[in-house]
Design a protein around this ligand. Structure first.
Ligand SMILES: NC(=O)c1ccc[n+]([C@@H]2O[C@H](COP(=O)([O-])OP(=O)(O)OC[C@H]3O[C@@H](n4cnc5c(N)ncnc54)[C@H](OP(=O)(O)O)[C@@H]3O)[C@@H](O)[C@H]2O)c1
Length: 327
């Protein structure tokens, strides 16, 4: 199979396009002929070596890529409910790398069928895994209730884009997004189901006095602290990432008890492998939102040989949606 391999931690130049033996699925796994592999900021962090000491994450040489769409190539021992040739997408939290390749092996439990959904594989890889993450975070962690109001930071990002549509399917009364001022024009052109997208700078002023029951924060940094001012009493802030790159920022926690607020973290990569029974309902909820056109994220597609360019575009913050690689 063809694969884009990270040969050592470092800048995007560390990618090498290589031929490797086709992987064979073990018990409980499926092999997928990959049509689209999604690229995420997490892939960039891992390649840069930011997580090099974290247990369970790969050491070079490795094939990155957590989320793919394609067709089933082979079934491992004990796998039922899929057939060879069936169109599928994988969820985040497969617990493995290996997506930037023409063949990828994943746990069947983290694989969802696209048959009969009408969702094309590019959109599936771009949107379904993050929509499943949004469903798990909004229901099981933030406990979003019908009629509540939701704020999503970094509103056009790969992960963030999945939240407004899923929040709508759960009965949210309104969903507002924030982006850096420089991205406001992109936001106005976006098809995502936000009621409004505003600048994240001067947040309290930008949202015009609105208060939110649930805030989704994949950005972090000073914005995380500023957000405390725009939360409704008993509001919950979901901490799901740190796209700001500000790893030193700390939050003063006294506002939490004083204003009856909660901050709670969620990482699908460690959550789903520990709760595999939740993958199927999350995938179904994600496919519902995606097939209703509620997760219309913009996508760019590059050949697998341009994995380094895909990472450069993410590092430069010029994507405004999701990048996919095609083997
Ligand atoms: N918790 C989980 O399970 C989970 C799952 C997937 C990803 N993540 C994390 O979520 C974060 C976002 O990942 P992603 O793949 O969605 O990334 P992405 O597609 O690159 O999106 C990041 C967004 O953050 C915004 N942003 C705001 N300030 C920024 C800054 N200073 N630098 C860069 N971006 C900035 C950007 O939007 P504007 O510039 O328009 O504001 C951009 O759209 C990462 O930290 C990732 O590790 C977590």
């Amino acid at each position: 199979m063809h694969a884009a391999v990270v040969t050592r931690f470092g800048d995007p130049g560390v990618f090498e396009l290589t031929e490797l033996p086709d992987p064979v699925p073990g018990p409980g796994q499926v092999a997928i002929d990959v049509s689209h592999a999604a690229v995420g900021l997490i892939d960039v962090y891992i390649r840069q070596g930011l997580y090099k000491d974290r247990q369970g994450l790969p050491q070079p040489p490795y094939v990155p890529g957590l989320e793919v769409a394609g067709t089933i190539r082979a079934l491992g021992e004990g796998v039922e409910g899929f057939r060879v040739g069936e169109p599928v997408v994988t969820l985040s939290g497969t617990g493995a790398e290996g997506g930037y390749a023409s063949v990828s092996v994943v746990d069947a439990a983290m694989t969802a069928s696209l048959e009969g959904t009408g969702v094309d594989p590019a959109l599936a890889a771009a949107a379904v895994p993050n929509a499943a993450t949004a469903y798990l975070a909004l229901t099981g962690v933030a406990h979003l209730q019908p009629g509540e109001r939701v704020l999503v930071h970094g509103a056009l990002g790969g992960l963030a884009s999945a939240f407004p549509g899923v929040a709508r399917t759960l009965g949210a009364a309104g969903v507002v997004g924030t982006v850096l001022r420089a991205s406001l024009a992109n936001a106005q052109a976006s098809a995502l189901p936000y009621d409004d997208v505003v600048a994240s700078e001067d947040l309290a002023e930008s949202v015009g006095g609105q208060r939110f029951d649930v805030v989704v924060d994949p950005v972090g940094g000073q914005l995380r602290t500023d957000t405390l001012q725009v939360m409704a009493p008993m509001g919950r802030m979901l901490l799901v990432g740190n796209a700001s790159g500000d790893w030193q920022h700390t939050v003063q926690t006294n506002a939490l008890w004083r204003d009856n607020l909660a901050m709670v973290g969620f990482a699908v990569g460690s959550y789903l492998p520990a709760h595999p029974e939740q993958a199927r309902p999350a995938a179904q909820a994600a496919l519902k939102a995606v097939s209703q056109g509620l997760v219309g994220i913009r996508t760019q597609t590059l050949p697998l040989a341009e994995a380094a360019e895909a990472h450069r575009r993410i590092e430069n913050g010029t994507v405004g949606g999701r990048i996919l690689l095609t083997p």
